[in-house]
Structures are given as C-alpha cells and as structure tokens.
Design a protein around this ligand. Structure first.
Ligand code: NAD
Ligand code: ZN
Length: 715
C-alpha cells in the first residue's frame, strides 16, 4: 500500500468512527457532540475519500443513508414515500454547481416554468415529522426514523397545537370540497421557540434535571417522550412544508394549500437564477437573530413538481433540493487568560477568557478549549490572537491561532498537575484525553455528588435541586452526604428564597428517601464505574449492605455483569476509611441497607382508569398499586388513557374505553403484571442517562463527558 493511501485510510476510519458516534448521540440521545458544520465538513471529507477509494464506500456508510432516530419505545410505521435528508452546501460556488447539475438533469427546465423556478425557504432547526390524515382526520404521526420507517409518535404529536386534529371547513372558511379525502400526508418541521426552550431549561435546573443544549435537541428528546403528559409540558410548534403525494403542479401551490388547511407555513421567496438565490440567502441570514426560533440556513427547492419527479432522489436526499447552510462566523481576538474548570464529573476543562468580540449577534468573552489535546493542537500561548467560532447554538470554540501575532517570549498554555479546586493530583484515565480530579470530596464535585445522590435513579429526593444544594453547601449546612439527614426544618427554612412550605416538602422528601431500597443507596454513593444497573445487580445478589461490605473482589465478580474493574472499585470503596466511616453514619441514620426488589417503572408513562367493583381490593388500593409502580390514575377515559382496570358492574367508562379501542384489564391481570415484574426484579434500563445524570457512568465514559461538562461552563 502506498504511503498516501495509508494516511487516507487511517483518516477515513478515524472520521467514520467520530461521525458515527456523533450521529448516534445526535439522533438517539439528542446531544450534539460537535458543531453541525464540523459534522458536515467531516462528512464531505469522507465523501471525497470514498470517491478516491470506492472500496471504502459501504451501503451502510453515513454518506449513503439518513441518520436514524429509531428507538425501541414506539411502534414502527412504514413511510409511503421515503423521508430523506437534504444535501447541503456552504458556499455560492457549491450552490452554482448544484443548480447547474439540476438544470442539466432536466429535459425541459426553461420551457415548463418561465419564472419562479426555485423556491427558497428558511431552514428551521427542528425535527421533521410526517402527519397522515384520513378523510380529513389525523390518523398518524411518525418521525423520519431511518427514512423507510419511522417511530409512531401520534400521541405526542397531538400535544402540538399547531397540528390540526381535523380540518373544519367552516372554521377554515374553505369549501368542504377542499378537505382532502382518502389519505393525505403532510410533512413539516417540529420546532421550539427559543424563549420556550430557555424557560424549559430554567425549569429543569430547578427540578434537578439534565438541561438540553439547544432547541432542536429539546424537540428531538420531547417527541420521543414515553409520557404524553410530560410531552404536553414541552411547548412545541409545527411548520408544514411538504406534501409528498400532491395533485398540485408546483411546490408553491402545495404551500398555499397547506395554509388554507390551517397549517403554519414558512415564508418563501421565488428565484430564477443563482444570483437571486444568493441575494435571498443574504436576506434570510440578516433576519436570523430577529426570529423567535432557530434556523440553520435556507432550503432551495425546484418549484415544478413534475421536474422534481424527473430528477428523483439518491438513497439519501432528493436531487431537486439543497440546503444552503450558514457558515459559522469567525472573529479574531486576544486570549487574556485560561481558566481550568473542574466539571461536575471531575473533568478539567480549559476555558479561555477573551477580549470581548462581536460574533453572530452576541458578544463573546469566553470560549471552550475542550481538553488539553486541543490546547496542544492549537499550540496555544498566553497572549495569542485566536479565532473564535460560534456554530449554531453551541458554545463558542477556539479554532485557530495567529502565530504571526504571537508576542515575543509568550509562554505556552500547559495543563495543571493538581486540581485547581482541591489540590489533588490530576489523572488521565485509560487513555482518555480528559484530565480528571478523582477526589470525590473535591469541592467542585461535592455539588455533583449531592446532585447525583438525590437524583431520581439514586435516592430520589424531590425538590432538592442544584440551587438549594449549592446554597446548603455555601452556608455550611451540608458538607458530606450524612449531613443531609441531619438537616433540620430550621436549617432549610433559613436558606435564601426558601418558603416555609417548600422547606417542609424538602425535609419530608429527605426523610422519605430512607424508605428506598439498597440499590438506590449503592448507586447514590457515586462509587466509580457503578451505574444504576450494576448497583441493582449487586444489591440484588447480596441482598444486604453488610454482605456487600464484607465481600471479596472475587465474590463481587460473581454478580451479573460485574467484572474485575467494577469489582475492584466496589471493594476499594468499602475499604477506604473515609468512605466506611460515612457508611457507618448513614446506616446509623436509618438509610436503606436491604434490597427490597421494588419495581417502580412497570407502568411508567401509562395512565390508567379504574372502574367498577374489583373482586379483592377497593379502588384506592388499586390506585396505590398502580402508582407505586410508576403509573398514573385518572378519573375519566380519553384517548390518552393507556388501559382501563375494570371490575364488576363497570358502566360508562367501560363503554367509552371500548369505543376508543382502549385495552381493558381485570384485577387478576394487574396482579400478574406486578408479580411478573417483581420476579424478574429488573427495572428496564432504557431510561439510562435520560434523566438526572448517571454520575458513575459518566465518569467512566469519554463521550458523555465533554457535552455534560460544557453545560456547566457558564459561558
Ligand atoms: N452536531 C452533531 O454532532 C451532528 C451529528 C449528526 C448530524 N448532525 C446534523 O444533522 C444533519 C443531518 O440531519 P438531517 O439529515 O436531518 O439533515 P438536515 O437537518 O441538515 O436537513 C434536512 C432537514 O431539514 C429540515 N427542514 C427544515 N426546514 C425545512 C424546509 N423549509 N424544507 C424542507 N426541510 C426543512 C427537515 O427536517 C429535513 O429533514 C447534518 O448535516 C448535521 O448538520 C449534527
Ligand atoms: Zn479536585
């Protein structure tokens, strides 16, 4: 193999790995580990390498298929017309190439439409959705999925007020004959306004939940919520922009039809030449900051639907449309200093303080440097003039250094050896590029440890959010975990902005957490590598805390899915005097030392209705059982009801359930469900990582950490 080929191949596989991982996080977890532009440029580089070495191009290559958002949580539905991506360009030159190729691919470009050849629209940064109407009534809504089939998210889509449930000719002031008969599919973008997104994140911070990075990611996470009730609290909106099987002649007519049917449609501009297209892109770009929602560019589509059909699509995107994406803006400014922030998980992130500079409508004063490999790659020196970019909503980053402007005698930025917060020696773990402080009692992490301890998957202490933890730490009311259980009502009431009633709620929640099971405590302790599942497996295996404390590494390794790494970590934890003293205290304070085997997620996300007389229990008992297992009980049957628990002499509720096709079960079914779940004893794990962070797992995982820690940068 030639040397160049070797280099190219190495680069290709490096890119492939990086982009596949980014794609997975983006579509499945709603996280953007890199900027969209970096992703797009990486993909273009892969394409170029595949063109050079066709043997590299597999059918499953990212360059050949759309990124998949499919999950196991929803039924799959096939798309009558594939839902594709849109190819993107970043420059006028590429736009010219696209337009030229499209026009050359058509037999009759000029003749069919003498003007309005192209339609330009804003490219809204959300998530695409297919909505199907049957004789004017909404029947189904699905995500793009892998393009061929998507997740059926009908119930969640129904929470979006912009999506009509049916077309009412009278209300719409249209002729009844305009209501599409038979199957009518509408495609559009679900999005969230910036203000709603910010409010939601503020709420999440108060509730001790993980925040979202940007509007798009919030929407992608919200559409996939298993609880419709929770989905309702996420104010999403919808723009319709496409009718895949249309009887109209042009895209413009489609947009007008959608509008008449009551959909919000995007503003659009018509163009005949590339010059006109570019002028429109200028206009769209200039208005970007004044819009209430995020856009990431402009979509240009052939107006004539016959011509669209003539050009067709590749396996990934139509040949009749292109996305002209905004280039990340870059500005140059002097680096004033570098701060080393210790994140919630102990990761040390270098953050640059910059001379303030205007960039993409905001003033930038700080930028992330990600990690020390990045600092080395940039060859960053104090006093350097650096380039900063803001891609999408992502925190600004430093892209390059103007070497020629470096002051004489400038010293390089180097990684600290000791934790800037606690002074502990920092470590590199298992080839990670990330430097960490591993001292669980480091002040930077104490906040994190408490947040983790009270999180839903650990001790589930509601109402004790990050702000209150910070305040309790600052006032010295808590230093170590056992202190939580010694807090008095007065301690809580004395915190700033703490109403009497809230203080009581928190106090009660702390006391109530003593009733939880051993695995919750074990998980909450933040033992390295011990996530929710391992904690549960270990607790289930040994049944009591005492047995875990005295287990050998070998005995620990007998537990399902516990290997040497976890075994050793648990053993070490329980043989470190600092921690064992703490455990003794916790035990004395009445924290759970036994595995109770309660499954709390059996009915999670489900809403039940109880009706009639049950043979062995009264309704209140049934309600308690359902609620204890994570379900909700509602008083009336609606489309949102998951199932009905019916007994003797059930009346109208049962009739209604049958009408709506909602499953009806009896008491024996309920008992069998609960018995089954108790026996298998395992809470399903799909939720891992979706709620309050899994401290131990994050520590062990490279990929989850940078995004996590970026969130706490306070830029
Ligand atoms: N940051 C990351 O780590 C990361 C990872 C993977 C993918 N991505 C981003 O996702 C992109 C791929 O996603 P994609 O396939 O959904 O493509 P895309 O988002 O770039 O473009 C296609 C989509 O645009 C949307 N759209 C918005 N307004 C529209 C309009 N007016 N008309 C038509 N469509 C409109 C539709 O949902 C359509 O599916 C990549 O190019 C990259 O930018 C980012
Ligand atoms: Zn430290």
């Amino acid at each position: 193999m030639s040397e160049q080929k070797d280099i190219d191949r190495t680069r290709y596989f490096e890119l492939k790995k990086q982009l596949e991982e980014a794609s997975r996080l983006y579509y499945k977890d709603g996280v953007s580990p890199m900027s969209d532009q970096d992703f797009d440029f990486g993909l273009k580089e892969m394409e170029a390498l595949e063109a050079k070495y066709p043997e590299l191009r597999g059918k499953g290559s990212l360059t050949q298929k759309v990124g998949s958002d499919l999950t196991n949580d929803f039924a799959k539905v096939a798309h009558a017309v594939p839902m594709l991506s849109i190819a993107n360009v970043y420059s006028e030159e590429e736009m010219r190439e696209f337009v030229k190729a499209a026009e050359e691919g058509l037999s009759s470009f000029v003749s069919r439409l003498s003007s309005k050849k192209w339609i330009c629209e804003r490219k809204i940064d959300g998530v695409s959705l297919s909505v199907i109407y049957e004789n004017g009534r909404l029947k189904q809504a699905a995500t793009r999925g892998d393009g061929a089939q998507g997740d059926d998210v009908t119930l969640n889509a129904l929470t979006i007020a912009d999506i009509p449930e049916y077309f009412d000719a009278k209300k719409l002031k249209i002729d009844p004959s305009e209501i599409p008969q038979g199957t009518f599919e509408v495609r559009g973008e679900v999005y969230m306004e910036r203000e709603a997104f910010e409010r939601l994140n503020e709420q999440f911070i108060l509730e001790n939940k993980k925040t979202f990075q940007n509007c798009r990611n919030t929407v992608s996470g919200s559409l996939k919520l298993k609880s419709v009730a929770e989905c309702k609290t996420r104010p999403m909106r919808f723009f319709a922009y496409h009718i895949p099987q249309s009887n109209n002649k042009t895209h413009e007519e489609n947009l007008k039809q959608l509008k008449r049917l009551g959909f919000h449609t995007n503003d659009y501009w018509t163009a005949d030449t590339v010059d006109e297209i570019m002028a429109i892109s200028e206009k769209i770009g200039a208005s970007r900051d004044s819009l209430p929602f995020d856009i990431d560019g402009m979509v240009v589509k052939l107006n004539d639907l016959q011509q669209q059909r003539e050009l067709g699509s590749t396996s990934k995107s139509p040949r009749w449309a292109i996305a002209y994406k905004f280039k990340a803006e870059r500005a140059y400014t002097p680096l004033l200093s570098v701060e080393f922030q210790v994140g919630r998980t102990g990761a040390v992130t270098p953050v640059a303080n910059l001379a303030p500079v205007r960039l993409a409508g905001t003033t930038v004063k700080r930028a992330t440097l990600h990690n020390f490999d990045e600092v080395a790659r940039l060859d960053l020196h104090y006093g350097d003039t650096v380039g900063v970019e803001k891609g999408g909503e992502i925190i600004p980053k430093i892209t390059d250094v103007k070497r020629e402007l470096r002051p004489a005698g400038a010293s390089p930025v180097v990684a600290p050896e000791k934790c800037p917060v606690c002074g502990e020696q920092l470590t590199h773990i298992d080839g990670e590029v990330i430097l960490r402080c591993e001292n669980l009692h480091c002040k930077a992490q104490v906040q994190c440890l408490f947040e983790h301890f009270v999180s839903r998957e650990a001790m589930n202490i509601e109402n004790l959010g990050p702000a209150l933890i910070a305040s309790l730490l600052a006032t010295g009311k808590i230093k170590r975990i056992p202190d939580l259980y010694r807090l008095t009502l007065e301690d809580l009431e004395s915190q700033e902005r703490m109403a009497k009633k809230s203080a009581k709620n928190v106090f009660d929640a702390i006391q109530a957490s003593k009733q939880r099971s051993l695995e919750n405590l074990l998980h909450g302790l933040g033992i390295r590598f011990v996530g929710r599942t391992s904690a549960r497996n270990i607790a289930k295996h040994f049944r009591t805390l005492e047995k875990i404390r005295t287990a050998t590494v070998e005995e620990l390794q007998n537990v399902t899915d516990v290997g040497e790494r976890i075994g050793k970590s648990v053993y070490e934890f329980f043989h470190t005097p600092l921690y064992t003293n703490e455990i003794d205290e916790l035990v004395a304070l009445g924290l759970p030392t036994e595995f109770k085997g309660v499954v709390k997620t059996l009915f999670q996300g489900q809403t039940a209705v109880i009706t009639g007389t049950l043979p062995n229990m009264d309704r209140d008992e049934a309600r308690k059982l359902i609620e204890e297992n994570g379900g909700k009980v509602s008083g009336s049957v609606s489309k949102k009801t998951s199932w009905v628990l019916a007994g003797e002499a059930a009346g109208s509720k049962l009739t209604k359930a049958n009408e709506l096709g909602i499953p009806v079960h009896d008491e024996a079914w309920l008992m069998a469900q609960i018995a089954n779940a108790d026996e298998s004893g395992d809470a399903p794990d799909e939720n891992a990582g979706s709620s309050a962070g899994n401290f131990a797992n994050e520590k062990a995982s490279v990929s989850a950490t940078p995004a996590e820690d970026q969130m706490s940068l306070n830029l």
